[in-house]
Design a protein around this ligand. Structure first.
Ligand code: BGP
Length: 494
């Protein structure tokens, strides 16, 4: 097993869960600022006030009512915690955190830019100079430490001002707003950042309905397809523009690695799984990589009465803005079946059917390193462009012992076979160029809003009730990953 020379080892984060400083430095609010804390049992809520000023906390985002005529306003209500506001405060700790990444030997660090820190209202005339300067400092410091920034441009955090105008990506004016934002960040950071990702886990829009159960109306399905179409075109136009600004840019798409298996060998399950992979994964991947919708897209549109607003120009833009690399998150696999299954797992983001060959995390996520090798090989076989695993890891409870010591051997036990799986895929011909583990420094969980679901090599003193002094600490896994990087993946011993 050998990782290529220059393999990019590192870690990954996202502004909405890590950066904090939500109302500092001229930043405008984003969708994720109105999401409360939660847990596996009690889902996160979105809070808002209706036209009579009455506060609500609901699971569903009232996007349509938030349009100008609806009178709904997103609002932070008393009695709720909004963990994303502070995240784990990269905004004020970036120097310290980058020093820790450098100490671990990172070659790459994945983070996202908060769109509303650059354009507080999403489409202002002029960008926010303080926001531009903040990321410039961060990227410069990363470079000084020989760490390549890998930058996501949209990680769940659409500026709220745009949601009020155009709903949740329900208007094609989003495309120009995103391209304008892309132009500013590409131009400002063209000599500091080479690796870019457009939309984080773009396929969640579809896979969250299918994998996690739930029937939705054709109308809702059509909205999700519209949302995706505008994001596909926005991404393609940004990719094309990025290459004009700096031909050395490597710009990728980012998908949630929602890899599924047929639960039985019943041919009907094989078919079900194929369709699941098409709808939840290949639908988005194919548009990004091939620059056109796949033949099966027509079947999905027909089944749900979807009439998409696709122009000739869109088709041209999609063709001209294909990505340079394919990146995805990989946490687990899920099973699909046409049969009734009684053995279920409870967990956020988990399909529910228990795979008897796998173990499960405390949050009900299947631990499946073989699935990582399998996904790498299947995806590379289809696309033949460089791949990156840009999220992977174990969300777990950590115990802080005397002297700030954290023995997280379970985390190391999770990583070892996953790294071995990547090595085997590389040996089998896959062009994998990077690995960034999720939440390399503890941050707020996207799914549950918890702090106690920790992924980091770096501990942050912050808790579910909002307390904690935010000091940083090194877990056992910190020293282990340092050794892994130093040996370029040769030495995985504990
Ligand atoms: C992915 C997101 C990340 C991250 C991760 C872990 O879906 O891109 O933002 O949070 O999942 O999920 P969670 O935080 O729910 O454990």
């Amino acid at each position: 097993m050998s990782f290529p020379k220059g393999f990019l080892w590192g870690g990954a984060t996202a502004a909405n869960q890590y950066e904090g400083g939500w109302n500092e430095g001229g930043r405008g609010p984003a969708l994720t600022d109105y999401t409360t804390g939660g847990s596996v049992k009690e889902s996160r809520k979105v809070t808002w006030i209706d036209k009579d000023g009455q506060g609500h906390a609901t699971n569903q985002v009232p996007f349509d009512d938030a349009l100008p005529e609806g009178g709904v306003k997103y609002a932070c209500l008393d009695g709720y915690l909004y963990p994303n506001h502070e995240g784990t405060d990269f905004y004020h700790h970036y120097k310290e955190d980058i020093a820790l990444f450098a100490e671990m030997g990172y070659k790459v660090f994945r983070m996202s830019i908060s769109w509303s820190r650059i354009f507080p209202n999403g489409d202002d005339e002029e960008p926010n100079a303080e926001g531009i300067a903040f990321y410039k400092d961060v990227f410069t410091l990363l470079r000084q430490n020989n760490i390549e920034p890998l930058v996501t441009m949209h990680h769940f955090d659409t500026p709220i001002a745009l949601v009020y105008k155009w709903g949740d990506w329900q208007d094609r004016r989003y495309i120009d707003a995103f391209v304008k934002y892309a132009k500013v960040v590409f131009t400002e950071y063209k000599d500091l950042v080479k690796y870019w990702l457009t939309f984080n886990e773009i396929n969640n829009t579809l896979s969250c309905i299918n994998i996690f159960g739930g029937n939705i109306s054709d109308e809702d399905y059509a909205k999700r397809m519209t949302h995706l179409h505008y994001q596909f075109v926005a991404s393609a136009k940004a990719v094309k523009l990025g290459h004009e600004i700096n031909p050395d840019f490597m710009i990728g798409c980012m998908l949630s690695g929602m890899v599924t298996y047929p639960h039985t060998c019943d041919p009907k399950d094989i078919q079900e799984n194929q369709w699941s992979m098409e709808e939840n994964f290949w639908y988005c991947g194919d548009v990004h990589v091939f620059g056109e919708y796949s033949p099966f897209a027509k079947r999905l549109w027909k089944a749900h009465n979807v009439k998409l607003d696709i122009t000739e120009q869109d088709l041209k833009d999609l063709k001209e803005g294909t990505v340079d690399m394919f990146t995805y998150s990989y946490y687990m696999t899920n099973n699909v079946t046409t049969h009734e299954v009684e053995d279920k797992v409870a967990g956020n983001y988990s399909a529910g059917i228990r795979n008897p060959y796998l173990t499960y995390s405390d949050w009900g996520w299947a631990v499946d390193p073989d699935g990582l090798q399998y996904s790498l090989e299947v995806i590379y076989d289809r696309y033949r462009i460089p791949l990156m695993i840009v999220e992977n890891g174990l969300g777990a409870f950590d115990t802080v012992e005397e002297g700030d010591v954290i023995h997280d051997g379970y985390r190391i036990d999770y990583y070892i076979p996953h790294i071995e799986a990547m090595g085997k895929a590389i040996d089998n011909g896959v062009d994998l160029i990077a690995y960034t583990t999720w939440g390399c420094v503890d941050c707020v969980s996207a799914g549950t809003g918890e702090m106690r679901k920790r992924y980091g090599f770096i501990y942050v003193d912050k808790h579910d009730d909002g307390t904690g002094d935010l000091h940083r600490g090194r877990k056992d896994s910190f020293f282990w990953y340092q050794k892994v990087i130093k040996s370029n993946g040769e030495d995985l011993s504990k």
